[in-house]
Write a protein of this length. Structure first.
Length: 229
């Protein structure tokens, strides 16, 4: 192992040592009072702040925010290890095994021809894992931003039903019709319904998916432009 690699892992150990000190009897009263349930909300907040820094293209802010995310991940692992539920070693073993298992084109004999094929294989392997474990497919978390949640739900449905959700012409025509009806209703003074607006969003999310775009990122890009103008 190179010297700089040793230093790298020592720095990760430093984070664990800091948490250990914070949780000690002579540590911080606030940190000692925390549980996984109270900390999970901070993990979400820090992840959102990290994503915002990436979108803003500010590397120094990204580094700082990633540090916050990393600290929260370690803190949560420490709390569970402290309770005897699982250890940080198990967390590392589980994710390492999963990444190797889901990349057979890198760590196995599988051949792929495109990034899309990699993605399809990932979903197939994920589904096989669920079947083998007897676990049902987990619902898309409601804590996700609505556009991201819609994108993931539509993507999941489209993979199972390779029909109308992937028919770009039909979906584009449906969206145009609904948008026209919505505009006509608004123009005539009618009250818009939450369902009609939601349908428009869902169709647009699906069209974005078909076009290979993530609607959340598209909207953030436009919002940044508006804020600059």
């Amino acid at each position: 192992m190179k010297q700089n690699d040793k230093e790298r892992w020592e720095k990760l150990k430093d984070i664990w040592k800091i948490i250990d000190r914070l949780r000690s009897e002579s540590g911080c009263p606030w940190d000692r009072r925390q549980t996984p349930e109270t900390i999970q909300t901070y993990l979400l907040e820090e992840a959102h702040e990290g994503a915002a820094a990436v979108r803003a293209g500010k590397p120094r802010e990204v580094a700082e925010e990633l540090g916050d995310v990393l600290f929260m991940v370690f803190f949560l692992a420490y709390l569970y290890e402290e309770r005897g539920d699982f250890s940080l070693d198990e967390v590392c073993d589980l994710i390492s095994a999963k990444m190797i298992r889901r990349h057979p084109h890198v760590f196995g004999e599988t051949s792929v021809g495109s990034a899309e094929e990699v993605k399809d294989n990932w979903e197939k392997i994920k589904a096989e894992e669920k079947n083998e474990s007897g676990r049902k497919a987990e619902p898309v978390p409601e804590t996700l931003p609505a556009l991201i949640r819609a994108y993931r739900i539509v993507s999941r449905i489209a993979r199972k039903e390779n029909g109308t959700w992937n028919d770009v012409e039909k979906r584009a025509i449906d969206f145009s019709r609904k948008a026209r009806e919505f505009a006509d209703a608004m123009g005539s003074g009618k009250q818009a319904s939450a369902e009609s607006v939601g349908d428009l969003f869902l169709d647009l999310v699906n069209l974005s998916r078909i076009a290979g775009l993530r609607p959340e990122d598209c909207l953030h890009q436009v919002l940044r432009k508006i804020e600059r103008d």
